[in-house]
Design a protein around this ligand. Structure first.
Ligand SMILES: Cc1cc2nc3c(=O)[nH]c(=O)nc-3n(C[C@H](O)[C@H](O)[C@H](O)COP(=O)(O)OP(=O)(O)OC[C@H]3O[C@@H](n4cnc5c(N)ncnc54)[C@H](O)[C@@H]3O)c2cc1C
Ligand SMILES: NC(=O)c1ccc[n+]([C@@H]2O[C@H](COP(=O)([O-])OP(=O)(O)OC[C@H]3O[C@@H](n4cnc5c(N)ncnc54)[C@H](OP(=O)(O)O)[C@@H]3O)[C@@H](O)[C@H]2O)c1
Length: 276
């Protein structure tokens, strides 16, 4: 899938047990657009995560400018490598380092993984809705490639909202999921809904996700109703989208999942919401 490169060893890695991270190598890089990049790294044998988790990735360091940022894991739990997808944001410290990344480059990866965007946090349900903006799709690719997801839910709906059609990353990979081991399923159990908001794109819806829900267009496009008794909903990416959906869905009797009180909604925000 990605353009391959040859991993190179590092001259003097620090003793692994003494650090909270391992030093991995970039093994492949893929540019979906000039500002949207996926990269694969080697994976420490002891690194464990649950699909939906994020870890911390560190770049730089040679001249003291080491920058750490959280990134959701895109790869499946059984893949021998780790994969991440990133937007290169204007004036971003990490983005500046990531822009020039090549196969062979060293990358620090936290030894732990984190987060609550995992299916085991929900009470059993019928349909899993994965609502993503931009790179918020990443953890959902990992969740879709997990056989446990298909054992837990009858249907999974993936909604990916992007500005431009070229940003509909992982389209082919998602389409392949019903046809590949270990996730082979009846194709109608997976419903993929692309949403392109700033240009017209054949086959995609073209309004923001809250508007699509408000007008009933998402339910009619999928043929499935949003119902707290059967739907479990994860939202990932833009915090303003998260906020809008939280307001909209709690008004429809959905509840945010909490340790003490199980609900039907789980959110992962990639940055701070715009102050209102
Ligand atoms: C739990 C968690 C998981 C994350 N997982 C991912 C991931 O899988 N992929 C990813 O690209 N980013 C992810 N992020 C964001 C990531 O950690 C960085 O913020 C991002 O890579 C930009 O870093 P930066 O230093 O260049 O800019 P920063 O200074 O960190 O961010 C500057 C601004 O850029 C915008 N921005 C940041 N990230 C994004 C984004 N992903 N899409 C659109 N706008 C953004 C926001 O307006 C932010 O205030 C995650 C964040 C959190 C908290
Ligand atoms: N993607 C680009 O072409 C582009 C170009 C230059 C710079 N950037 C920068 O790159 C970063 C990431 O951009 P991105 O496009 O990946 O992420 P984004 O701005 O979060 O947009 C991704 C998707 O989420 C939708 N969205 C945004 N806010 C929403 C809200 N409050 N409610 C519902 N839906 C919402 C967008 O719709 P809308 O289109 O309606 O906003 C779009 O479909 C930003 O820092 C941006 O400044 C991106």
């Amino acid at each position: 899938m990605l353009e391959s490169g040859v991993p190179v060893g590092l001259a003097k890695p620090p003793p692994a047990a003494a650090t909270r991270f391992t030093i991995e190598n970039v093994i492949a890089v893929r540019h979906w657009t000039p500002k949207l990049v996926s990269f694969q790294t080697s994976r420490a044998p002891g690194f464990r995560f649950t699909p939906g988790h994020y870890t911390r990735v560190g770049l730089g360091g040679a001249d003291g400018n080491l920058v750490w940022r959280p990134f959701s894991v895109v790869s499946a739990a059984y893949d021998p490598y780790l994969e991440f997808v990133a937007t290169l944001v204007p004036d971003g410290q990490f983005s500046a380092l990531l822009a020039g990344i090549r196969a062979g480059a060293p990358v620090r990866v936290d030894k732990s993984s984190y987060g609550f965007l995992t299916i085991d946090h929900f009470a059993p349900g019928e349909d899993l809705w994965l609502l993503a903006s931009g790179t918020g799709l990443g953890p959902f690719v990992s969740i879709l490639r997990d056989p446990a997801t298909w054992a837990a839910f009858r249907t999974v709906v993936v909604v990916h909202s992007v500005r431009h059609a070229s940003e509909l990353a992982y389209r082919a990979e998602i389409a392949a999921i019903p046809h590949e081991d270990p996730t082979a399923i009846e194709p109608e159990r997976l419903k993929y809904v692309p949403v392109v908001t700033r240009e017209s794109c054949p086959g995609a819806l073209n309004a923001r996700i809250p508007q699509l829900i408000e007008g009933g267009r998402l339910e009619s496009a999928t043929g499935i109703s949003l119902d707290p008794r059967r739907s479990r909903i994860m939202v990932c990416g833009n915090p303003d989208l998260g906020l809008a959906l939280r307001r909209q869905l709690t008004a429809r009797d959905f509840h945010v999942n909490r340790r003490a009180t199980p609900g039907q909604l789980a959110f992962e925000n990639y940055w701070q919401a715009t102050p209102s």
